[in-house]
Design a binder for this molecule. Sequence first.
Ligand code: NAD
Length: 513
Amino acid sequence: MSTRISHWVDGTVTAGTSGRTAPVYNPATGLRSGDVDLASAAEVQRAVASATGAAREWRSTSLSRRSAILFAFRQLLHDATDDLAKVITAEHGKVLSDAAAEVGRGLENVEYACGVPELLKGGFSEQVSTGIDVYSIRQPLGVVAGITPFNFPAMVPLWMAANAIACGNAFVLKPSEKDPSASLVLAELWKRAGLPDGVFTVVQGDRVAVDALIEHPDVAAISFVGSTPVARSIYERGTARGKRVQALGGAKNHMLVLPDADLDLAADAAVSAAYGAAGERCMAISVAVAVGGIGDRFVEAIAARIPKLQIGDGAAPGTDMGPLITAEHRDKVAGYIAAGEKSGAKVVVDGRDGPAGGFVPSDGGTPGSGGVAAEGGFFVGATLLDGVTPDMSVYTDEIFGPVLAVVRADTYEEAIELINANPFANGTAIFTRDGGAARRFQFDVEVGMVGINVPIPTPVAYYSFGGWRNSLFGDTHMYGPEGVTFYTRGKVVTSKWPDPATSTIDLGFPTTR
Ligand code: NAD
């Protein structure tokens, strides 16, 4: 039975009126599980009108009350982790433990935002001139929008919403139309936590909804996470209309493996970071740069590990890797593998034939015995390409699938040049036992998030997340301290309580001496 997935406006589920919907699938079975409403521009206007009214009240709500609601939301979200993970897996396909981990990383952001009274403390300078004090405060922007990708349907909205709401804004979420249900679970939890209606709004939709948010004069800021072409376009169109925009784009994350690296540790890390969530992570490792003589042994070590991966329905016990998000995406990823092979890369392990170790059946039975996952799901097995060169499309393009490309480099210098020349610069990692080499890499590399023997260096919530170059358009990284900066604007007050009896006219420019 297909479920209707609607908007959340004024604190309640609101059926769409545009007459447009999009299908939602369970990627493990390929079966259609729902239909999501796609908002018209008029529906977005109504949602923003509700948020605008709510924002006025919400910014007047005391910090302690806001903090109390965030603490309540934190507990509800924590308690709902497993249920929310099931909702994510059913529409995204990632394994349940990965979905629960996504909720956990989102929870960290809520916990950070619980400290909003501390985060919004301003500065105070007493007696800057005789009888004059100066102090700074940070105030909310009003209505802010978040446009989010399919690959983290709970975590990325929480990256944005936790700080935006804590800072006193009303937040309008436009989730991915491919896995929209998690947004409504979050909406319910916010309501149960005591958040006033209209402070958290969900408009389901596609480009029409995004364009309406960009055009709307009452939307003060847009946070976007998704692919680079869309990120660039939203940044350019949003800023042209005077909005504050942070737009995080795609990635091509390189893992640099020096000859002295611990081979087993590096191979385990490469397999985990390349094939986790079927490579549909913006921090996935998609290129391994093997320096010097370690290349052959490194490729062999990865190839030996791949057949051990349990691939199948993410909801089945014991599965390591699930399907891709859509049939179109599966075909696109397979097309990249074919293009890599045609352009001369060696296909060491070919996921187009299905998983090297066979599928895990949906009941979690013996791998290789087939099952529903093998029949209808959007699967590509873990794939390893060797001898990849920078001119190949498997190197230049973000594939966003379980495909690891190994590039060989003779020296560290050659490897770092490659990484720094790549248009994407989201994350990167070095594997070495040499502390000096690691420190040099950290200094040399022109990428926003760096791992040292850590393949997926996603910062904790009290730092901020963001790449460089085509992986982020805008001035601030997302969440953490930079998130608070993004969702507030500064005001500086110069204050004097004079004795009216001493008042005079003085046309001179005010000085402090
Ligand atoms: P996407 O760009 O296709 O979609 C992202 C959002 O934009 C969705 O809500 C979608 O409805 C909307 N959208 C899509 N096309 C649009 C258009 N033409 N105009 C306006 N809005 C549009 O991305 P996706 O496929 O959902 O997610 C995967 C991408 O997101 C990958 O490129 C991945 O690297 C990136 N990503 C980046 C980060 C990061 O932090 N840098 C994190 C997660 C995902």
